[in-house]
Structure formats: C-alpha cells, structure tokens
Write a protein that binds this ligand. Sequence first.
Ligand SMILES: *[C@@H]1O[C@H](CO)[C@@H](O)[C@H](O)[C@H]1NC(C)=O
Ligand SMILES: *[C@@H]1O[C@H](CO)[C@@H](O)[C@H](O)[C@H]1NC(C)=O
Length: 449
Amino acid sequence: MVVFENKAILKLLLVCLFVQFSVSAANFFQPFNVTYDHRALIIDGKRRMLISGGIHYPRATPQMWPDLIAKSKEGGADVIESYTFWNGHEPVRGQYNFEGRFDLVKFVKLVGDNGLYFLLRIGPYVCAEWNFGGFPVWLRDIPGIEFRTDNEPFKREMQRFVTKIVDLMREEKLFSWQGGPIILLQIENEYGNMEGSYGQKGKEYVRWAANMALGLGAGVPWVMCKQTDAPGDIIDTCNNYYCDGYKPNSPNKPTIWTENWDGWYTSWGGRLPHRPVEDLAFAVARFFQRGGSLMNYYMYFGGTNFGRTSGGPFYITSYDYDAPIDEYGLRSEPKWGHLKDLHAAIKLCERALVAADSPQYMKLGPRQEVCARRFLGNNMQAHVYWENTQSTVLNITLSESQSACSAFLANIDEHNTATVTFRGKSYSLPPWSVSILPDCSNVAFNTAK
Ligand SMILES: *[C@@H]1O[C@H](CO)[C@@H](O)[C@H](O)[C@H]1NC(C)=O
Ligand SMILES: *[C@@H]1O[C@H](CO)[C@@H](O)[C@H](O)[C@H]1NC(C)=O
C-alpha cells in the first residue's frame, strides 16, 4: 500500500515536471515586439531585411513539414508564410478541425522550433486556387448573406472565424510578444481587385475589416495585400512578378512584397509554368536594391491539392508552382541553390541596408557620387547603402572601412552586357542582372550567373 502510494506520488511529480517542461518549451524566442517604420519591420528594436518562404500547411502532410521547414531555413528563409483555410478548419459551422494536415498550431510551432518567424495570412477569403477560395460551403446558405462586402451576416461569420484563429494563436503563445514566431498577420486578400464592383459598401467593408482586425489585440502588425487604400496602421503590400517600384500608401509604412510569383499554378491540359531563376533572382535583388524590406516567395513549396481542395476552373491536383522545393519536397535545382546564394549575399548587406533611411541613389561621399552616376548609363543603376556613422548621436567618427557600405549595380538592359565603373573599379554586368557588392567593392553575387 505504502509502495503504491509512493508510486502514485512519483507519477504525479513526473506529470508536473512534464507539464512544466512543455510550458517552457512553448517559448521559441525571448518575447519581442514587432513594430515598423518607413524602412522595415522593427523586430525587437532592430530593423530587419527578411526573406520569407510560402508553404501552405494543408498542401503537405505533417510528416513532410519538418523537412520542408528545414530546407527553407537552409535556403536562407527567415520567415515562413501561409494562408489559413477556413473550409478545412470549419467544414461544418461551429465544428472545428485542427487535426492532421490542418494542425495549424503544430505547423507554427515547428516553424518556431527552427528559429524562423511566421507570417499568417488569415483572409479568411484567400483565393489560393483553393476550393471556393477557402470559404466553407455552408456560408452560402446563411440567409441574407453577401460575401466580402458591408453585409451583417457575412461580417458576423468572418469576425467569428478570424477571432477564433487569433485567439487560438494567443492561447498557444505563438505571437512574438509571447515568445512565439508570429510577427505579421494579414486580413482579407487582394480585395483591391474587387472593391470597385462593391461601390461604397466595398469601401466601408475595408474600413470595417481593418478595425475588426486591429481590435483583436493580436499585438503584431497587420497587412492587406493589393489594397492601396489600406486604412490607418494596416500596411498595404505588393503581389506581383516584380515589386521594385512599389510604394505603400503612407511614408510611414515599409515596402513589403507578400507574393513574389516564382512560378504559377497549372490548369488541366495547360503547360507546366516555368519562371527562370535568373529572372526571379533579378526581381528579388531589384526589390531590396530599391528599398524593399520583406519579400515572400509564393510559393517556396507549392505541394499538392489533396482530396477535393483544388480550386478552379480546372486546376490540377499538383500545386508544384515551379517552386524552389518541388511537389515531392525535393530541392528543385538550379532554383533552390541559386536563390540560397542570393539570400546569403543580401544578408551580407543587411547592416548597410537597414542603416540607410532613404535608399535612393545614396551619396557615396563628396567625390564618389559624380563618378557613380557619370559612368552608369541610362540602363545602369547603382543604389548605395551607406551607414552614416558621422551623424549618429554617439558623435563618433569612424573611418570608411569601419562603417558599412553595400551597393547594388543593376543592368536593366535585356539584351546587352554593360561595363560600368563604380568607385574606380570596373564591373561587367550581364543583361537584365544585378551585382551585389556587400562591401561596395567585391561582387558577392550576380543574379544572372
Ligand atoms: C512590448 O510592448 C509592450 C507595450 O508597449 C510592453 O508592455 C512590453 O514590455 C514590450 N515587450 C517587450 C518584450 O519588449
Ligand atoms: C560632437 O563633436 C563635436 C566636434 O568634435 C563637438 O564640438 C561636440 O561638442 C560633440 N557633441 C557631443 C554631444 O559630444
């Protein structure tokens, strides 16, 4: 009897220890806040240049997740991005499903385990070549409902689902300020394409969606993609093949690229789409060259439309997308490797990139500016990021070699190689390419080579 009691106590102790352990293991980072300024997201007080890889968790099996996340990290990703999929999570109204391929919490935790951040695009309309854009079919049967506009029955259902997701993430301590990986959220999705057809009600819906999202107290910034009238604190972001000319709707918001289309989806009978990695790398380098701060590959891993989840009309079950990781979870070369090298080169420039407030044709110094401009022709552009240590509050004057200087030399001529002189050195730039000079002198990477 005594022995039994001791065993029971021991068991209880073990359970307590286990609970203790799992609670502390839920902290992936020291808690940190995420804010932003005109230049970048500010993570734990520091501006960051971030590479993000899109992976839709239900387009892979949970068995594949750890390897996909590890390969993304190895390829240079700082962030993993996904939509949420309402009809997968709530197939019957009020009956939630967060199991198997829809175990969002597990997926976000795996990302945190790998030391990566998370961008969660809730929508809940997500398009995504996913059946009904993610809307559950029962939504259609709610009396008086009209989708994605200033309509009470719709807004009620949308708010309920978005609240459910935000509350779940908070309960699981997955937001940055809780030590979790989530740094950014998205409400709605490319609504700017549709807004005009809803007239005034569309405008009111955008304002409502923004206020509703901000009111949930998630504690991290929100974005709206392809939404040039994104209200107040919500950051409007770019989805396109190229986003280097993109400027958000306020000088206080950073330039963010939520969808860099590195391939495309496939229709029945259609060709397999292909985007050459040289062009993709050029687009990414140009984005950071011209002041961008966070870029997400749509997709980094595309995966598979399991079951009847494929949207349409007539999209095939493969969602390979010509992504850097193919449908089977294997590195797709030369895409994966070339981008890995690109990311490494951009990372070498991060200190200079975040230090410069206005990354337009920065002055090199009193003598270099003229030189840089004179020798670069119409199609050749140099953007130099110079950490101006002389103007810091520390009042310390460092020599040139001690401060950071990074340059991006671009040749946007599609046909001709250009030879340019930059700071007294000669550089040969293949057509449609960017050379990245992390130290303003040596080429670490050229996007076409
Ligand atoms: C984050 O910001 C909140 C509100 O300003 C503050 O109370 C909290 O201490 C901050 N947390 C960290 C980790 O800096
Ligand atoms: C900064 O340096 C200048 C020139 O050496 C000096 O006159 C000035 O007092 C310094 N300011 C501070 C705040 O130390």
